[in-house]
Design a protein around this ligand. Sequence first.
Ligand code: FES
Ligand SMILES: [Fe+2]
Length: 358
Amino acid sequence: MDVALESDWDRLIQPGMVHGSLYFEDAIFREELEKIWFRTWVYIGHESEVSQNNDFVAKSIGPMPVLLVRDSKGEIQLLLNRCPHRGNAVCVQERGNRPRFTCPYHSWTFANDGRLINYAFPEGYEGTDKSKLGLSKVSRMANYRGFIFGSMAAEGPSLEEHLGGARRVLDQLCDNSPTGEIEITAGFLHHKTRANWKFIYENECDGYHPAFVHSSIFQVADSRITDLYGADAVAVTRSFGKGHTEVDPRPEFRARDMPMSWFGTSADRLPDYVRQMNEAYGEDRARQIMIDGGDLPQSVHRRDSAVHHPADLRSRVGPARDGPAVQGRAGHQPQTAPADHGIGRAGGLPAGRRHRDV
Ligand code: FES
Ligand SMILES: [Fe+2]
């Protein structure tokens, strides 16, 4: 199929159904990079990942490798991990602590704020303005309560405008700390998924599948998690607009009315934490926070390689390239996308949504 994109979106994305080519067509993926990932704000990492001067961690914006750095003066920098000389990666480590990056190809050396410090055979560069040859920076960087975002677009909505209602979910997460701040100290659970990136997000806000896919672990853990996704669940799947969604279990936890049941524990097992929460927020507010728990809005809930488009997906995704549009998931009633702030029941939300607003 020859996809004439600019004029074809309305044919590919219809109420309650999307065409399978959205999951494997190279031209569509390239346009998604250009129109979504290189324009919007992308979650990069948390400032606690670079807590010390000279700390760095390798991240990415889509396929673009970037370095999240706390430079020698303590400023956070977001640098492209691409040498301005010949495009080599200047850093191949995942994380570390160093004041400079030396490109392994021809040994150009950069300060960790991006400035070019030196190059090999400097006599060949006489009269060159080094200040123009530093590492490029991600055009915009913003920090919301410790969460660092980057945007490749020099202009556009502010991060707070972009997050919109999803800010509430970040606030909810941070409010579970008596200091209102969190640190990432436990590392990450890395997932590598050989799938188009949209599958990840679709799965993350799909409250329909856990009772089946994850039933064995729910039974072993005896966690009552099953209740969140059962036929009688009152948890909801919510769209905040601008691609932000959440599965919001608060209605279920509020019905239970037990602090920290979301965490599989109880207040009497964590007396120090409860005391600090009460001191920080007052007993009523602290109790509500501890009942509600915290989770991340899914479009912020970034996997380290956020954009995937493996070519071999073609063989796995039905229908055939010129076949009919995918209609929800097998056996499910298709459903038109909820409007911004629309709410569907997490336990029973059919999966057919429009996928343009990602
Ligand atoms: S590509 Fe980096 S120094 Fe040549
Ligand atoms: Fe799942």
